[in-house]
Design a protein. Structure first.
Length: 200
C-alpha cells in the first residue's frame, strides 16, 4: 500500500491532532484495525446503521503521525477505521461479525499483501461493554475453529486517535479504479473467500 500512496500523493500536511470524538446523542463509536484502511472503510460503509467511517492511526507512541512514518514502522501506530454507528439499527456485536469476516485473523503484523505492524489486526474498545463483547466474539470464534491456524488479533483499550490525511478518506470513492485494482492485486477478497467461504 505504501508504494501506491507514494506514487499518487504529495500531500504534505500531517493528520489533525488527536481527536477525542464527541459522539452525537444516541450514537456510538467503534474502532477496528484490519490492514489497509481504504478496504476496511469500504466494507463498513455498506453496513446499515453505520453513520460515518474515518481512516486514521492509533496504538502508537508518537503524536500527530504522518502516513509515511506510520508505514515505515517508526511510530507504532496501526491503520484503523473509526466507525460512528446507530445502535438502534446495528449492534456492536453485528459490527464485530462484519469485522472478523473482513480480515485474516491468523496472520500477525500482516494483512494480505501489506506487511508490518501498521497492518496488524486489532479491536480497540471504547468501554467495558465493548471489551466484553469483543472477548466473547473472540472466544466464540476460537471455539468454532473455522481454520487451523491460531487467531492473533488483539483486543486493546482505545487510545489516542489521529485522523489520516485527506487523500486517504473515502479513497475507494475518490479513486474507484485504482482502489479496485489495488484490492484485487493484493488478494484480499480471494483470501477472505478461502478463509470464510463465499457467504462471508
Amino acid at each position: 500500500m505504501a508504494s501506491w500512496v507514494a506514487a499518487q500523493s504529495r500531500e504534505p500536511a500531517p493528520p489533525a491532532a488527536d481527536t477525542q470524538l464527541a459522539v452525537p446523542a444516541g450514537l456510538a463509536v467503534a474502532t477496528f484495525a484490519g490492514g489497509c484502511f481504504w478496504c476496511v472503510e469500504a466494507d463498513f460503509d455498506k453496513v446499515t446503521g453505520v453513520v460515518s467511517t474515518t481512516s486514521g492511526y492509533t496504538g502508537g507512541t508518537v503524536a500527530r503521525p504522518r502516513y509515511e512514518d506510520v508505514a515505515a514502522k517508526r511510530t507504532g501506530h496501526a491503520e484503523v477505521v473509526r466507525i460512528v454507528f446507530d445502535p438502534r439499527q446495528v449492534r456492536y456485536e453485528q459490527l464485530l461479525a462484519v469485522y472478523w469476516r473482513s480480515i485474516d485473523p491468523t496472520t500477525k503484523d500482516r494483512q494480505f499483501c501489506d506487511a508490518g505492524s501498521p497492518y496488524r489486526t486489532a479491536i480497540f474498545t471504547h468501554d467495558a461493554g465493548q471489551a466484553a463483547a469483543a472477548q466473547a466474539s473472540l472466544q466464540a470464534l476460537q471455539k468454532d475453529k473455522p481454520f487451523a491456524a491460531p487467531i492473533v488479533t488483539t483486543i486493546e483499550p482505545a487510545g489516542a486517535f489521529y485522523e489520516a490525511e485527506d487523500y486517504h478518506q473515502d479513497y475507494y470513492k475518490k479513486n474507484p479504479v485504482r482502489y479496485q485494482y489495488y484490492r484485487a492485486s493484493c488478494g484480499r477478497d480471494a483470501r477472505l473467500k478461502e478463509l470464510w467461504g463465499a457467504q462471508r
